[in-house]
Write a protein of this length. Structure first.
Length: 157
């Protein structure tokens, strides 16, 4: 069984893991995605691009977001870099095109998980690396600031 956004998911094959909030579930699912091959315009557990990874991981937590990094940048609530919390989305500009062009999931301690075209897989990187620091465009919070008080059962699609 597996927990989703404070809820018990029945029918999943993963070992039992308690995620006390949607943000923790997002980080957990992102960590489980490390090593998945990068493929542009893909979104699956077998291959993904940056926005596909974020969309798939958010969906596991019961959060529906748009498919592209540009559209995701308009989702949720804008937050300052100094207010980043695990599960927040971090955005970058001018990576392969002008404007918002890359997104990742903040996991704490200055690190984020993203589908990296250069490394050709999902990896952990640091926000303070020169490449990312120069291209940082902002951050968004897509989860509520508090978890629901009682778990609820939900079914795996």
């Amino acid at each position: 069984m597996k927990f989703c956004a404070g809820s018990l998911v029945l029918g999943a094959m993963a070992p039992p893991v308690l995620a006390s909030s949607a943000a923790e579930l997002i980080v957990q699912e992102a960590r489980e995605s490390i090593g998945i091959p990068y493929r542009y315009a893909r979104q699956s557990e077998r291959s993904t691009d940056c926005a596909g990874l974020v969309r798939r991981v958010a969906a596991v937590a019961g959060i529906q977001i748009p498919r592209t990094s540009r559209a995701q940048y308009r989702t949720g609530r804008a937050i300052r870099a100094s207010d980043l919390q695990p599960g927040d989305l971090v955005f970058f500009k001018n990576t392969y095109r002008l404007g918002i062009s890359h997104v990742g999931i903040y996991i704490g301690a200055g690190e984020f998980i993203h589908a990296a075209s250069r490394q050709k897989k999902v990896v952990i990187d640091r926000l303070d690396l020169d490449y990312f620091a120069r291209r940082f465009a902002g951050a968004r919070r897509i989860v509520a600031d508090s978890a629901p008080p009682f778990p609820r059962l939900c079914a795996v699609p």
